[in-house]
Design a protein around this ligand. Sequence first.
Ligand code: SF4
Length: 285
Amino acid sequence: MQIKRASEMGFCFGVRRALDLVWKAVAEHGKLQSLGAIVHNQKVVDDLARIGVVVADNLDQISSRAVVITSHGVGPSVTEQMQNKGLQIVDTTCPHVKKAQNIAKKLADDDYAIIIFGEAGHPEVRGLLGWAGGKGKVVADASELPEDLPNRLGIMSQTTQSPGNYADFVRQIAAKLPDIAELRVFSTICEATSNRLDAALDLARVVDLMIVVGGSTSSNTKRLAEASISEGITTYHIQKADEIEDCWFDDRSIVGVTAGASTPDNVIDAVVDKLTDMAGPGKPA
Ligand code: SF4
């Protein structure tokens, strides 16, 4: 059995930056809490808990002096509530998310209705809705669009959506153009997401089984698994090496490995090591 790694996978710029900022904040403030998981990966969350970074589900649970805004960002009212509580804020919002937030705010200020292509309930999307100031609506699929679209409409995407799916979505809205007076479309998908998706698709075309490593709630990891499945390849989305089962590899000769932007290198390496062991001695890995 041969094992091939995607040419781009694992931690992205935004996640590395967020973790660097959190480590510096721990050195400065000691124990602190994050509002939600810093990244959607349990191993990372557990490692941070060991150095004193504890996840809070809501602001009422914050008892530390400093609070971390995660790479997914928050809406302006959440930041305001943190300030009102006198918390020191460690803001690790990814610059790509910040750019999307600024677009949502500008559209809202200019009185556009805003459609956000993304997952309702995802923390980044909740933050974008906050910046859209009551003018935003989250839509995951064109079939969810309202019959009567507003006259002045802005469209943007969660940063970790698939560019191909977003383009299809925009095309379906554009088909309704005679009924919309003004349409503004923004490309807010980050480069790390696009590059990892391209690399996963390239790999899926040359292997006969794909392993996608990443948190079960990680949006970009889910998109990688969807991309691989779209190529007709048997795909397993796992969080760690010990979920791999021997029976997956009967009659498989080339196995591809990719990983989401919040998956640490040591988790990916453990998966590749396990697959290499399973490939057996003398077989190329
Ligand atoms: S996936 Fe993109 S938007 Fe999300 S943290 Fe990484 S670089 Fe930033």
